[in-house]
Design a protein around this ligand. Structure first.
Ligand code: DX5
Ligand code: ZN
Length: 218
């Protein structure tokens, strides 16, 4: 099952409620919410208050991607705001295992994110505790960037590690995903596809999501 997760980073925030209803009606599977603190990444977006507002508008799972330093400080807040999944960056966590546990104890499905230059090997001893791995295919911080080509090999390496450990962990991919590359990304082993500009800059959300799903093979 291939899942499409529109990133609201590229939505029109003056009409966020309408945008959410439109992507839900268009067949989105997850709502991807990019939280940035101006420190872990060079951009600032929004916090739990906006996630809580999103929760009131949609019944879809909200996938909270924390691009913040020391994310353990805010897990409880995002859980309370209605996050369905929360993922934290390997690079931002000193005690990654503890932070993953904190997410699960808060009743939220945990994921771990790898920046483009972070060794896939860093997942080895945490993988069995995760519901999903998020492979960044751009340097986090902004929408609309170009897909980094060796992300395909990294996705395949994560897929191999998941099979070797006999797990059913999902692989999510984030950054520069669109009709031009989703087939190849899917073939490398990805299950969940974040798409910001590819969906929100398109004239017909339903058509775009259907095309992406078809090109991803299901
Ligand atoms: C980047 C964010 C992405 C972003 C993707 O830091 O994590 O979720 O919204 O945007 P596109 O799909 O436009 O590359
Ligand atoms: Zn993201």
């Amino acid at each position: 099952m291939k899942l499409i997760a529109p990133s609201i980073l590229s939505a029109d925030f003056t009409r966020l409620g309408e945008e959410l209803r439109a992507i839900e009606a268009a067949g989105a599977d997850w709502i991807h919410a990019d939280v940035m603190d101006g420190r872990f990444v060079p951009n600032i977006t929004f916090g739990p208050m906006v996630v809580e507002a999103v929760r009131r508008v949609t019944a879809l799972p909200i996938d909270v991607h924390l691009m913040i330093a020391a994310p353990e400080r805010y897990i409880a807040d995002f859980a309370r705001a209605g996050a369905s999944t929360i993922c934290v960056h390997v690079e931002a966590c000193i005690h990654l295992n503890r932070t993953v546990q904190l997410i699960r104890d808060a009743g939220v499905r945990p994921g771990v994110v790898l920046n483009p230059a972070t060794p896939v090997e860093s997942l080895r001893w945490v993988l069995e505790y995760l519901d999903f791995v998020l492979v960044m295919s751009v340097n986090p911080g902004f929408g609309g960037q170009a897909f980094i080509p060796n992300s395909i090999a990294r996705i395949a390496a994560v897929r191999r590690m998941i099979s070797e450990q006999g797990l059913s962990t999902l692989i999510e991919v984030d950054g520069g995903v669109g009709a031009q590359n989703i087939g190849e990304i899917s073939a490398a082993g990805a299950d969940v596809f974040v798409a910001g500009s590819a969906i929100f800059k398109s004239p017909d959300y339903r058509r775009t999501i259907e095309d992406l799903r078809r090109l991803a093979g299901g």
